[in-house]
Design a protein around this ligand. Structure first.
Ligand SMILES: *Cc1c(COP(=O)(O)O)cnc(C)c1O
Length: 370
């Protein structure tokens, strides 16, 4: 007799739907039996510029030391982050991507009988990390596709330990301004950890978006998470970070794996932070690409959810699944978001101008087929 290892898993884990990533280029190339060079991927909010040359040089240099374990404390990277983020080094937690940070939070602060609050249409990792530790999810209804902070506040109860908020949110690109954040932070009970996920902040900081770092000193229950996967162009390396009170950082550092960020990621992230020109270029490219896509969608008679991130959710005015499939056959990978409660939308990451054009042409072709 062998055990039923599906039924033996923790209840929350048994019921988990795995995260569905954007389709890799090579996978589609195999399926269509075509040259990967003919495929464009606008499905995972990656930086279309390629990594910063400074990051690449740092990696090259670090290759000589691959037999050594990385610096488990990430001293150099934390030092630089603490300077740039105006905090002490003991307020920084490094993660294997910022997803790692979200998981550390869930492991450290959630448990059966406790709950996390997040919004409808919010980033898929919030329900996954919550469910994986058998905690409850309290999902607040969205307003105009975005986070309704008032509804989120109302969803907090005595068993709430964590609130996950993305600003801007993925996959909607929606955002809220400083006033809304200030009112929210002032009203949240002080024993609830507010995780403010700023994965896309570099694209819009200072425009309309609050900088979560401005509130760290006043709110010891605030954690700001950020990533090197988007504007810093290092998604493959898996590195992100959290800024929080020293107490929360202390706890997260107890549960993380001792070498959760590898040595190439550490040096690349450190170098990328100082490549101000690369980030500025990424931002300009993103703004131009956003305009290009909006104009293209307008010409196709489509509407979209206004976005401050490096992607845009377009309403294809019909069930989006077949449109997604049609685009794949044109060699264009975007992201279906029905799993986020958006069955008529497709999420398109902003690419190079040539990639955006190809997406628009392919979309016109697929929609014309009806
Ligand atoms: C992409 C993204 C992340 C970051 O993922 P990494 O693990 O750092 O690659 C975090 N939050 C949101 C909302 C995202 O879209």
């Amino acid at each position: 007799m062998s055990g039923n290892f599906l039924a033996l898993a923790q209840p929350g884990v048994q019921q988990l739907s795995p995260y569905v990533p954007g389709k890799p280029v090579d996978e589609l190339a195999r399926e269509l039996d075509i040259d990967p060079a003919r495929i464009i991927k606008l499905a995972s909010n990656e930086n279309p510029l390629g990594a910063s040359p400074k990051a690449l040089a740092a990696i090259h240099h670090a290759l000589a030391d691959l037999t050594r374990y990385p610096d488990g404390n990430g001293f150099e990277l934390k030092q630089r982050l603490s300077e740039l983020c105006r905090v002490q080094a003991n307020q920084v937690t490094l993660g294997n991507g910022s997803n790692d940070i979200l998981e550390l939070v869930a492991r450290a602060y959630l448990a059966p009988g406790l709950n996390a609050v997040f919004s409808e249409h919010a980033f898929a990792i919030y329900p996954i990390v919550t469910q994986a530790v058998n905690a409850d999810a309290r999902v607040a209804p969205a307003k105009d596709w975005g986070h309704d902070l008032t509804a989120m506040l109302a969803a907090i109860d005595e068993n709430t330990r964590v609130v996950f908020i993305a600003n801007p949110n993925n996959p909607t690109g929606t955002w809220f301004g400083p006033r809304a954040l200030e009112a929210f932070l002032a009203a949240v009970p002080r024993d609830v950890l507010v995780v403010l996920d700023e994965a896309y902040i570099e694209y819009a900081e200072g425009v309309d978006l609050p900088d979560g770092l401005d509130y760290l000193a006043s709110y010891p229950n605030l954690l700001v998470s950020r990533t090197f996967s988007k504007a810093y162009g290092l998604a493959a390396l898996r590195v992100g970070y959290a800024l929080s009170s020293p107490a929360v950082a202390d706890i997260l550092n107890r549960v993380r794996q001792p070498f959760n960020v590898n040595s190439l990621a550490l040096v690349a992230a450190r170098a990328a932070l100082d490549d101000v020109e690369y980030v500025a270029h990424s931002r300009r490219l993103n703004e131009a690409g956003m305009q290009q896509l909006e104009e293209g969608f307008r010409q196709l008679g489509l509407s979209w959810i206004p976005s401050k991130a490096n992607f845009i959710a377009v309403d294809v005015a019909r069930e989006a699944g077949p449109v997604y499939q049609g685009l794949l056959r044109e060699g264009v990978i975007v992201r279906p978001v029905a799993g986020y409660g958006l069955p008529r939308h497709l999420r398109v990451s902003i690419g190079l101008a040539s990639e955006n054009s190809r997406l628009l042409e392919a979309l016109a072709k697929v929609l014309a087929r009806g």
